[in-house]
Design a binder for this molecule. Structure first.
Ligand code: FDP
Length: 285
């Protein structure tokens, strides 16, 4: 039952992706509302959430739907809990840079630990629509093609993705880093090439493909960083770890961070294991 429901959730997200992509054209304006994390919302944020919510809540085997755009969890029956960031990196929409969708499927009521994830995936709206999916010990990448008939084709693009030798780094929040994180960044910047695009999906995706480390760390003005644990931190940490890498909140795997609040934030670092170990050592000093 669980696997069948996970499959349907994946299909629902894949089917919705081309609609979200083509619908961005007329929904790039900010509206007068904020999400539960006090961030300004675009018309596209609300709209993408409604599309995904409609498709996911009617799946047999889905018990809860939660979104970065909604304050409360929606109860929709018995079964898995689905946490969605409908449009990650949405401040990239007005400038036409990368955005995506992040989905975490938990086998426990929300809020709960990242150790309860049974599947996680993210959609990248880039030159192509791709989906990276982690489950049962494997990370695979798919390409989704929307058809004129409103149907889709899904192609398996890469099987068993593993983080290669490190090449890149990308760190958010640079005007407020702590002293220890600045020291770490100084060393890393001498060894690796910087790439930062301002959307977790895009920035993490290039680390998955080229190797390295991505972080939005604890900052002087935001101790817990920027990312929401249940919607962003956990699913990306789960994917990083399943691809042979590691994640940390600075001390331990993000998947071991206790979830107390639906919209709580977490300092996020993920990438090749040796770099995550070095970072944890540097932050201890
Ligand atoms: P956004 O605010 O545009 O939705 O957590 C959301 C997020 O984007 C991430 O996707 C992105 O990595 C980060 O915030 C960007 O933050 P900065 O603007 O501080 O770089």
């Amino acid at each position: 039952m669980t696997q069948e429901a996970v499959e349907k959730i994946f299909e629902a997200v894949a089917e919705t992706a081309p609609h979200i992509y083509s619908g961005l054209l007329h929904r790039r304006e900010y509206i007068q509302t904020e999400n539960p994390s006090s961030e300004d919302q675009l018309e596209a944020d609300i709209w993408a959430n409604e599309l995904l919510k409609e498709k996911i809540t009617c799946i047999d085997g889905v018990g809860e739907y939660a979104s970065e755009e909604e304050r409360e969890v929606t109860d929709c029956g018995e079964g898995l809990s689905v946490a969605v960031d409908p449009l990650d990196g949405s401040s990239n929409i007005p400038t036409n840079n990368i955005v995506g969708t992040i989905v975490a499927v938990y086998d426990e009521k929300l809020p709960c630990s990242g150790r309860n994830i049974v599947s996680a995936f993210y959609v990248v709206f880039g030159p192509l629509i791709s989906i990276v999916r982690a489950e049962n010990g494997e990370v695979n990448e798919y390409v989704v093609e929307g058809k004129k008939s409103n149907g889709i084709e899904i192609y398996l693009a890469s099987e068993g993705l593993k983080l290669p030798e490190p090449k890149l780094y990308g760190f958010g929040g640079n005007n407020n880093w702590t002293e220890n994180f600045c020291k770490f960044e100084n060393k890393i910047s001498e060894q690796y090439k910087l790439r930062y695009g301002g959307a977790l999906v895009g920035d993490f995706n290039q680390i998955l493909h080229y190797g390295g480390i991505f972080a939005y760390p604890s900052c002087k003005d935001a101790e817990n960083g920027k990312y929401r644990l249940l919607f962003e931190g956990n699913p990306m940490a789960y994917i990083a770890e399943m691809a042979g890498g590691a994640s940390t909140d600075g001390e331990k795997s993000i998947l071991d961070v206790e979830a107390e609040d639906l919209h709580q934030r977490v300092p996020f670092h993920a990438g090749n294991t040796e770099l995550i170990n070095r970072l944890e050592e540097e932050l201890k000093n």
